[in-house]
Ligand binder design. Structure first.
Ligand SMILES: NC(=O)c1ccc[n+]([C@@H]2O[C@H](COP(=O)([O-])OP(=O)(O)OC[C@H]3O[C@@H](n4cnc5c(N)ncnc54)[C@H](OP(=O)(O)O)[C@@H]3O)[C@@H](O)[C@H]2O)c1
Length: 406
């Protein structure tokens, strides 16, 4: 885990008294990122939440009451709409680009919609940020962008390339662009943990392929890496965290050992194992103690200086970073501990057959707090409200696949 206190001093000039815009600010990442900003940088001038759906913004405004968070602003807007972005980015210093269409099956069925949001939207964010005098932009990416086999991953790869190359076409503007790429966020909407917790009630867990492995990151770790990137970016990096993997059968065992495991076959657009750094990427990747940096292929700065500054070194010949060849693995007890800490404190597994228990209470982490961290009273109160809303809502937005959604 990166320790924010070690480099917080570098963020202060960037964030204190400044305006930050988060595209997709009502999503899992955006809410938690906004909460972290407000908690750590109380003197931030404005935190602008930019997204389309008024209900999600209304819910967020309830969880973050205006009297306690006067810095929060809500802009209804679409990243496809450059005019609206231009209005929203007035006097903005930092942009975190989290808005995306991210359901693999939805992108397969609606390819042009995914392209409009994830690719054209990325271009709009970049061009508007340059025109509006923004200083730092960090865009979120996914392991599915490495050697993509589905449209979602392909759109995110295009987006990554846009953000890296934006450092070349920014001209004389004082702005830097970087990317943070990570794997499955534990407990995010549509992901495997809430899906298994839900299916447990029925006594059968559908599993696409017993050999499957995935990377695992907590939302808190994702936020910290974005903060770290903001503080330390030189422009053009793709930051990739060192995170553990899990085996899908261990996840099933951790959540519902009592359930039958039903193998249903791998789905279109799914990989058996995810990759974050391909062997080709690794040729121009530096490794550091807690993360990797895929370097821009067209040089932007001196790589030796960069490696020396952050104590990095080139990846070994033939290296690739994939969920099945990872050196760090989550065991069944590790997974249970993480679920209890981040998703469902009441997780029980030595219970009578699931059909009789009604299953455990599911909590989706849309902007919820990391139980490992001290939780400020206001945040836990807001989260309780948000959790009630989320648990009340049906999980219809989650496609019932094992890993086809992010
Ligand atoms: N969750 C994961 O496991 C995971 C893993 C790796 C990377 N990522 C990446 O992390 C980022 C954030 O993911 P998340 O989990 O926070 O997603 P999320 O919970 O689904 O949130 C997505 C956000 O984007 C907004 N949005 C969607 N389309 C938009 C558009 N056209 N214009 C403006 N806003 C739009 C949504 O609000 P509205 O619908 O109201 O517009 C929502 O606020 C994404 O870029 C994703 O690719 C996620």
């Amino acid at each position: 885990m990166l320790n924010i206190s070690e480099w917080k001093h570098r963020l202060i000039p960037l964030l204190s008294g400044r305006s930050i815009l988060i595209t997709g600010g009502t999503g899992s990442f955006g809410r938690k990122f906004a909460a972290t900003l407000l908690e750590n940088f109380g003197d931030v001038r404005r935190v602008i939440i930019y997204s389309r759906d008024e209900l999600k913004q209304f819910e967020m405004a309830q969880a973050f009451p205006r009297d306690k968070f006067p810095q929060l602003r809500y802009f209804i807007g679409d990243v496809r709409d450059k005019e609206r972005l231009y209005r929203a980015m007035e006097d903005v210093d930092v942009v975190v680009h989290a808005a995306a269409l991210k359901q693999v099956p939805a992108a397969e069925y609606n390819p042009f919609e995914a392209i409009k949001t994830n690719i054209i939207g990325a271009q709009n964010v970049i061009e508007t940020a340059i025109d509006r005098g923004v200083q730092r932009v960090v865009a979120l990416s996914t392991d599915k962008a490495a050697a993509p086999i589905n449209l979602y991953g392909a759109t995110k790869l295009c987006s990554d390339k846009f953000f890296v190359s934006a450092n070349h076409f920014r001209g004389k503007h004082d702005i830097l662009f970087s990317v943070v790429r990570y794997g499955n966020v534990m407990g995010s909407r549509g992901s495997v943990v809430p899906f298994f917790l839900d299916k447990r009630r029925e006594g059968i867990l559908p599993i696409t392929d017993a050999r499957m492995t995935r990377f695992n990151i907590t939302l808190q770790e994702g936020i910290e890496l974005v903060m770290y990137a903001l503080a330390n970016m030189w422009g053009g990096e793709i930051f990739v965290p060192r995170i553990p993997s899990y085996r899908i059968m261990d996840m099933a065992e951790a959540i519902a050992p009592e359930c039958e495991k039903k193998i249903i076959g791998i789905r279109p657009g799914e990989k058996l194992h995810e990759e974050m750094i391909t062997a080709t990427d690794a040729l121009h990747t530096l490794e550091f103690a807690k993360y990797f940096v895929i370097l821009p292929t067209m040089p932007l700065w001196n790589v030796n200086d960069y490696a020396a500054e952050f104590d990095g070194r080139p990846c070994p010949e033939g290296y690739h970073y994939a969920s099945d060849t990872n050196s760090r693995w989550l065991s069944v007890p590790d997974i249970r501990e993480l679920i209890r800490r981040h998703i469902d404190p009441a997780l029980e597994w030595k219970s009578p057959p699931a059909a009789n228990t009604g299953g455990s209470k599911i909590t989706l982490i849309r902007g919820t707090e990391d139980a490992a961290e001290p939780v400020p009273a206001w945040l836990s109160e807001g989260d309780r409200w948000a959790r009630r809303q989320q648990t009340a809502a049906p999980l219809t937005e989650s496609t019932p696949t094992l890993t086809g959604v992010k």
